[in-house]
Write a protein that binds this ligand. Structure first.
Ligand code: SF4
Length: 478
């Protein structure tokens, strides 16, 4: 029998991990068990990952955030990689994916697992390419060997690009940006060279057996995710999604936990449709989305373009958000990029939880708002999503200890602090008088403010064509 959380859940057993997850999420352990048994949530917890503090990923639980770390061929050493893990966990990553493609991969992975309290995910295909020397040299046997080794090391979940099939490849021909998933491009290259079906698809049963033994969770890769808005929701993306649905059901037959990865670049008005489609096709298996980026025009700010999409995806039912940093499309992120990316994504996840009225989600907002209205600056910093950043920004202009109880900050200043003015007015009883005694129609403010902005009569202005052209010298920069 499989040694997995889903197998135990289906037998009616509440495991230690389920108890711990229930405690962390403030939910009933029996509810956790039911969600895991039905495949609606996963607890990625390899039986060999001793340092793990178990967590759960599912649409009924708080939205989680993943951070990618890992070395490349140009940057690689153990200490740096451990620092990256520390940074990611410090800034709030719920899981970490090691996408390393440099040297010492085994040593780095084993050390990560020795220390990481959060689940660790990998993409074993990358190591297979490194060992084989090129995508074409990969074999089914090598893939299974590497997957088994990583499972024994304690990896909690693995991205497996088994959903991209030979028959999907022609569907990408008219795309603006082709296949943008690293794993997808490698599998496509292999299929074209060999004229055979995807080896990960061929080896899927073998992978299920390994995962069942060590309780590794599938993260079924979306190899054909759109790499730009023009390619979003196309035939190729949805054909692969159908295959991912089939693979989900096959993995469940082996009592293996599954989540499914999603796009990519998707315009805002199509995000909910994407989430609902995945939930229908994959029978509610947790959806793990990258972004999605809602526009392609902001390199350098893609933590923002994607966090907008991530918040919408979370509201629509996505269970985990894979962060994007400001360096997306441009280079390998550094510590400050990781911090900015994680902040953006934790905001997106929390905004989704508030919108979905997750139990207790709004309490955090309410506590911070109370501290804000009380001018309790220290409590505001403590409750802030990034306490160091909040304190740093406040103290840039008002550093002294005496300003930690001040009834203003430098944004509006002493005279114009609206919260202070409001509080003073309430203390003086002016609010009550306003309710009962003020005739708004007769007040001087009414004269100034009416008609409202936007309804002023423009009849006296000359028509636009009579205004002439702008002088040439004002068209350029000063
Ligand atoms: S000065 Fe403005 S921003 Fe600062 S606490 Fe008062 S109302 Fe808020």
């Amino acid at each position: 029998m499989a040694n997995t959380q889903i197998a135990a859940a289906r037998e009616g057993t509440i495991t230690e991990e389920m108890e711990r997850v229930a405690e962390r999420e403030n939910r009933d352990p029996e509810f956790v068990r039911e969600q895991v048994a039905d495949g609606q949530a996963v607890i990625p917890a390899n039986t060999n990952h001793d340092a793990l503090d178990p967590m759960i990923i599912g649409r009924e639980f708080s939205t989680k955030v993943n951070a990618n770390i890992g070395n490349s061929e140009t940057t690689s050493d153990l200490e740096t990689e451990l620092e990256k893990l520390h940074t990611a966990v410090h800034y709030g990553a719920d899981t970490v994916m090691d996408l390393g493609t440099g040297t010492d991969l085994d040593e780095i992975r084993e050390t990560h697992l020795e220390y990481s309290p959060v689940p660790l995910g990998t993409v074993p295909l990358y190591e297979a390419v490194k060992q084989a020397g090129s995508p074409e040299e990969i074999t089914k046997e090598l893939l299974l060997e590497i997957i088994e080794k990583q499972a024994e090391q304690g990896v909690d979940y693995m991205t497996i690009h088994a959903g991209i099939l030979a028959e999907h490849l022609p569907l990408t021909d008219g795309r603006k940006t082709g296949i943008v998933s690293r794993g997808g491009s490698i599998m496509a290259k292999w299929m074209e060279e060999h004229g055979e079906q995807n080896p990960l698809f061929q080896a899927f049963e073998g992978i299920c057996e390994i995962f069942a033994e060590h309780d590794v969770t599938f993260s079924l890769g979306d190899s054909l995710r759109p790499g730009c808005l023009a390619d979003a929701c196309d035939e190729a993306q949805y054909a692969e999604l159908d295959t991912l649905g089939e693979l989900t059901r096959r993995a469940w037959e082996y009592d293996v936990q599954v989540m499914v990865e999603g796009p990519g670049h998707v315009p805002m008005h199509k995000i909910a449709e994407n989430v609902q489609r995945q939930q229908n096709v994959c029978d509610g298996a947790p959806f793990y989305v990258l972004g999605p980026l809602v526009t392609d025009v902001a390199p350098g700010y893609d933590h923002i373009t994607s966090a907008i999409g991530a918040a919408m995806a979370a509201q629509a039912g996505a269970a985990m958000l894979c962060y994007v940093t400001p360096k997306e499309h441009l280079g390998l992120p550094e510590e400050e990029d990781v911090r900015d990316g994680l902040a953006a994504y934790r905001i997106a996840a929390h905004a989704g939880d508030v919108a979905n009225e997750r139990p207790g989600a709004r309490d955090w907002d309410d506590a911070l708002s109370e501290a804000r209205y009380d001018f309790d600056w220290r409590e505001q910093f403590r409750l802030a999503l990034d306490p160091d950043r909040a304190r740093e920004y406040h103290d840039q202009t008002l550093p002294g200890d005496n300003y930690k109880e001040a009834r203003f900050c430098s944004m509006c200043g002493v005279e114009f602090c609206s919260m202070r003015i409001d509080q003073d007015a309430r203390e003086d009883g002016e609010m009550e008088r306003l309710d009962t005694e003020t005739d708004l129609e007769a007040s001087p403010a009414a004269e100034v403010n009416l008609p409202p902005v936007g309804t002023h009569d423009s009849g006296d202005l000359p028509p636009v064509e009579e205004c002439g052209e702008y002088p040439a010298e004002s068209a350029g920069d000063d």
